[in-house]
Design a protein around this ligand. Sequence first.
Ligand SMILES: [Ca+2]
Length: 138
Amino acid sequence: MSVELLDSATICSFIENEQLFNSSVDDQFASLDTNGDGLLTYSEMARELQSLRVLETHFDFDEVKPSRNELCRLYGSLFSQFDHDGSRSVDLEEFRSETRKMLMAVANGLGFLPVQMVLEEGSFLKRAVESESTKIAA
Ligand SMILES: [Ca+2]
């Protein structure tokens, strides 16, 4: 984990770089798909859902700790956001489009002022920051 400065432009340029974005999403999908059947079940998604939860707490100003039941409900509703056709599993197409939507939402929430965030190694936001810094170096 590292602390990075993030602004909406960084996230937007990451999403707009289709090749980089798709390969990042594909990597993430493959690492979550532990049985390699090309579909993510709820339990395979659990790790990703938890990292989204971490994201959400950054935007949560009142520090209310949710109960276990509330967390289950939250993960369940996040999962069904990904599972567009309600098949109880998430395919690559669904994963791509929902990840894009969520990153857009983060970008909109950030606005123009950079915000410091704790980012996990290999997370989408971390990749966005890395791609931005290599662009500046180049
Ligand atoms: Ca699977």
